[in-house]
Design a protein around this ligand. Structure first.
Ligand code: EPU
Length: 423
């Protein structure tokens, strides 16, 4: 297993380009199932999750060419609408094929995703939405079996905003007969992006990116050619990395408008964030202490849960105590024990963490537990002023960050990947 070694204490300077958004690309890849012919996706990041989705689409009967930033998916009316456990267990987002498969092929058998490190992550809202559109759902032997000759438009009120749940039902509704109204939808930019693609395919989606979405279904949809939006979480991660290490960094193609909650917290702590053309500039003088700020995660446009771990590392630098509350996932403080091993002083009580900042971090061997936790440990390594950090199990990082160690090295960090170490 690969390890990332970081020798900290270096300021970051220079410019890097933000990659395409993983969480926008995944549902859009699944949307290719809704039509015949060849769809083309551009600006797709080179990530493990993209490869896994490509593999899944192949198993379902598609011809897939993954050559990031380009992906081509082609297929016809025949399919094998079964998503096996072996693939779904690698990536929970595989459940995003459920809606398209049942809408297009009248039936789907998709392994029920289990929990993961960050929480139990049920899919009841996905199933409830499909049932409202007329599908019969049966769970047996760890699989979801869904069937319906032709889905029909309906009203679905989600119990909570769910990102992939909203996306799954949007895709199903795009081939349903009649009009669907989805209420209490997730408002994430990735949902809005899927709406744009479904519209390119010929569906009439209105309101994606707000909490009420209307979809006029069609009998058939067309293939599409689409360039994926930039990754807001990758952007936020590098903003925090630059703020933590200090220096002056430009992020090209950064979707600043999708990151307001993060930017406002960065400014509140004393980091300079400004727009320059299509770049975002982040500046921090490492000699000026940061102020502690409190953060509570919330669905978009609130502070993203996917930025919580990284921001917690930044708060380790602030003089004083900051309070971080995680409201989306029940087990998303797995980075805390690892950060403590590096010298951080953090107490947790249920969903709340108190970070007592201002103490120097020192390098250590630490274990990545999930994708965003891995990124937080890399950032912690950047600001450790003494010793070197080795982040183990970086396969988590490779699921969602394109060449992270190389991008950081491009900014002057001392970060290298050591291939094939015992993990
Ligand atoms: N929930 C339910 N029932 C459902 C669906 C969700 O109870 O049927 C709950 C979840 O347990 C959670 C909350 O609703 O408490 C929100 O979860 P959501 O469904 O929005 O999460 P998701 O769609 O599974 C996506 C991202 C995650 C990101 C979350 C929250 C993708 C592929 N994944 O997951 O991204 O953390 O939204 O913003 O879009 C990551 O990239 O590292 C990552 C984990």
């Amino acid at each position: 297993m690969d390890v990332i070694r970081i020798r900290g204490g270096k300021q970051l300077q220079g410019k890097i380009r933000v990659s395409g958004a993983k969480n926008a690309a995944l549902p859009i890849l699944c949307a290719t199932l809704l039509s015949d012919g060849e769809s083309i996706l551009r600006n797709v990041p080179a990530l493990k999750d993209i490869e896994t989705t490509g593999e899944l689409l192949r198993v379902l009967g598609r011809n897939v060419m993954v050559d990031p930033p380009l992906v081509r998916v082609a297929g016809g009316p025949e399919a094998n609408p079964e998503a096996p456990y072996e693939l779904v267990k690698q990536m929970r987002a595989s459940v995003l094929v459920l809606g398209p498969l049942v809408a297009r092929y009248g039936r789907a058998k998709v392994s029920l995703p289990g929990g993961c490190q960050i929480g139990s992550r049920p899919v009841d809202q996905h199933l409830k939405g499909l049932e409202a559109l007329g599908a019969t759902i049966r769970l047996s032997n760890g699989y979801i079996h869904a069937e319906c000759k032709r889905l029909r438009g309906a009203e679905v009120v989600f119990d909570m905003p769910t990102v992939t749940g909203t996306e799954n039902i949007m895709m199903a509704a795009a081939l349903a007969k009649g009009r669907t109204t989805l209420v209490n939808c997730a408002r994430e930019p990735e949902v809005e992006e899927l709406g744009r693609v479904l519209n390119k395919m010929g569906a009439r989606v209105d309101g994606a990116g707000t909490d009420v979405i209307h979809i006029e279904g069609r009998d058939e949809l067309d293939p599409f050619d689409h360039a994926i939006i930039s990754d807001r979480i990758e952007t936020g991660t590098y903003m925090v990395a630059a703020a933590a290490a200090g220096g002056d960094v430009l992020l090209e193609n950064a979707p600043l408008e999708d990151l307001e909650a993060v930017v406002s917290k960065l400014r509140a702590t004393g980091v300079e964030v400004g727009r320059e053309g299509d770049c975002v500039r982040i500046r921090r003088d490492p000699d000026r202490p940061l102020r502690p700020v409190d953060v509570m995660t919330a669905p978009h446009p609130g502070f993203p849960t996917d930025m919580q771990a990284q921001f917690m590392v930044l708060m380790c630098l602030a003089r004083g105590t900051s309070r971080i509350v995680e409201t989306i996932f029940e087990n998303r403080f797995m980075h805390v024990p690892e950060l403590r091993r590096m010298g951080a002083e953090i107490d947790t009580d249920g969903h709340t963490a108190h970070v007592h900042g201002g103490r120097p971090l020192s390098g250590a061997k630490v274990m990545a537990t999930d994708l965003r936790a891995s990124a937080s440990l890399v950032i912690a390594g950047l600001l450790a002023t003494e010793g070197e950090t080795e982040v183990l199990r970086v396969y988590h990082l490779d699921r969602g960050y394109e060449y992270m160690e190389r991008k950081l090295a491009q900014l002057g960090a001392d970060t290298v990947r050591i291939k094939g170490q015992p993990g």
